[in-house]
Design a protein around this ligand. Structure first.
Ligand SMILES: Cc1cc2nc3c(=O)[nH]c(=O)nc-3n(C[C@H](O)[C@H](O)[C@H](O)COP(=O)(O)OP(=O)(O)OC[C@H]3O[C@@H](n4cnc5c(N)ncnc54)[C@H](O)[C@@H]3O)c2cc1C
Length: 432
């Protein structure tokens, strides 16, 4: 690479999905100068619920109420799984830190305990997750105790049907009622969108008119469920106003992706990493990455003239296929930036099971990078490819985060562990 001098950082994070965001946040919290390259990743499609580990073994679809018991079993049975390689104390610390940061950015989470919670989904199934936004928390108790509950939805909102949820659960939750109302100001509109309604509810007058429409429908309901559209950036304020106005606990249910709750999570993470001093290049991508000794040089696309960055360490958080961290052709899978060796099935025939819905999942969904014990991806000889290159999140091999319901857990835990490694030498050089 040639041209203008590169701007120098302690760490460059490639990727702005959950793993990249967590790494950038943890790096900034440790006082490392950090640049982050990439756009929102899968966060936009997420529900706002932070899964740690809910299912193990995947093939048996065994559901765990204690994620830490699940992790202990995983460590015994599948020690190569990336989550099994992070000690539980670090996982607890990582989640506490991540959730505290989100709370500071206006997206509060219920206090983290030792257990998973069960929550309603927009199709009336139950999702088991770990980190629960405060606006959804009352739904956990309502579901567990099958409290008399009123579900409300809005005419024209295609992505959420209170009637469908109540119908799915009719035998199991007899005190679950549903009602449909017109959203104030949108009565004549045939189709409405959650994000527009969420913004509208940030206006006090609209909020009060909506509450006034719901209140006469309460009957014996001891809790009210609504689609997750109680505000966009100001969800805590809107949620509190609904609880005060209705006089009962209120909970949100995430809608289908792209959801308001995913947008909130993305917005809060973007705001918190920026406020901690991370330099963000969200319109850019890394075109080339080279190493000179222990220094990494990144060439960016998307910036005028192609910005150059140098860093003491690089964290690769580029995801799998949807994130573009891995690329597949008809024969094989490769890592997209450096061509690192990818752990993958022997041939394309082995990528998928015959049955698409096979509970064991597909081998291709466990493809990815193998690393040494300190999260450095391996080269073809099985040695760390570069001393200062680390890999985290869903690009890692030997895990199927979607089926194990461990997406955020994998991202947050491995980001914490890798940033510990990145910070270590710096602490040593700064020691008196
Ligand atoms: C539909 C859906 C629903 C989900 N729901 C949940 C949920 O309820 N709970 C939960 O815990 N998790 C959920 N997740 C998972 C979670 O949000 C993360 O997607 C997952 O953990 C993977 O994160 P990641 O950061 O490893 O990868 P990704 O999210 O794929 O991010 C990869 C990043 O790398 C960047 N990138 C790639 N190549 C380059 C390059 N050359 N230069 C710069 N940047 C690059 C991309 O722009 C992107 O920012 C959901 C995900 C999806 C898709």
């Amino acid at each position: 690479m040639s041209g203008a001098a590169a701007t120098r950082y302690d760490v460059a994070v490639i990727g702005a999905g959950m793993a990249g965001m967590a790494a950038a946040l943890f790096a900034a919290e440790r006082g490392l100068s950090c640049v982050q390259v990439g756009s929102g990743g899968g966060i936009l499609f997420a529900s706002g619920l932070l899964d740690l580990l809910a299912v193990h073994p995947v093939a048996e679809h065994r559901l765990w109420q204690s994620p830490y018991d699940a992790l202990a079993t995983l460590a015994g049975e599948q020690p190569g799984h990336p989550l099994a390689r992070v000690d539980p104390t670090s996982i607890r610390a990582a989640f506490q830190s991540f959730v505290a940061a989100l709370t500071s950015a206006g997206l509060a989470y219920a206090p983290l305990g030792e257990r998973n919670s069960n929550l309603l989904t927009s199709i009336g199934t139950v999702k088991t997750s770990f980190g629960v936004p405060m606006t959804m928390a009352a739904g956990v108790d309502a579901l567990e105790r099958r409290l008399p509950c009123l579900l409300v939805d809005f005419r024209g909102l295609r992505e959420f049907s209170a009637r469908q949820i109540a119908a799915t659960l009719a035998d199991d939750w007899p005190d679950l009622r549903h009602q449909r109302i017109d959203f104030p100001g949108f009565e004549a509109v045939p189709e409405v969108y959650a994000v527009h309604l969420a913004r509208a509810l940030e206006t006090r007058a609209t909020r009060e008119r909506t509450i006034a429409l719901i209140k006469p429908l309460l009957g014996d309901a001891r809790v009210v469920g609504l689609p997750a559209l109680l505000g966009l950036a100001r969800s805590q304020e809107v949620h509190a106003a609904f609880e005060a106005g209705l006089g009962v606990p209120v909970f949100e249910i995430p809608t289908m992706p792209t959801s308001v709750s995913g947008l909130r999570l993305l917005g809060a993470l973007e705001s918190v990493v920026s406020s901690r001093g991370v330099r963000r290049r969200q319109l850019s991508s890394v075109r080339a990455l080279t190493f000179e000794g222990d220094t990494a040089l990144l060439q960016l696309d998307g910036a005028p003239g192609g910005e150059r960055i140098s860093a003491r360490a690089v964290v690769l958080a580029t995801g799998r296929f949807s994130g573009h961290g891995l690329t597949a052709d008809r024969q094989s899978v490769r890592e997209s930036i450096l061509g690192l060796p990818v752990q993958q099935p022997g041939g394309r025939d082995a990528w998928h099971q015959d049955d698409f819905l096979d509970p064991a999942g597909h081998a291709i969904n466990r493809a990815g990078l193998r690393t040494d014990e300190v999260w450095r991806p391996l080269d073809a000889t099985g040695k760390p490819a570069w001393k200062s290159l680390f890999a985290i999140g869903s690009i890692l091999a030997d895990q199927d985060w979607m089926r194990a319901k461990c997406g955020s857990g994998l991202a947050i835990a491995t980001a914490w562990a890798a940033i510990e490694q990145v910070a270590q030498p710096l602490r040593e050089t700064q020691a008196p």
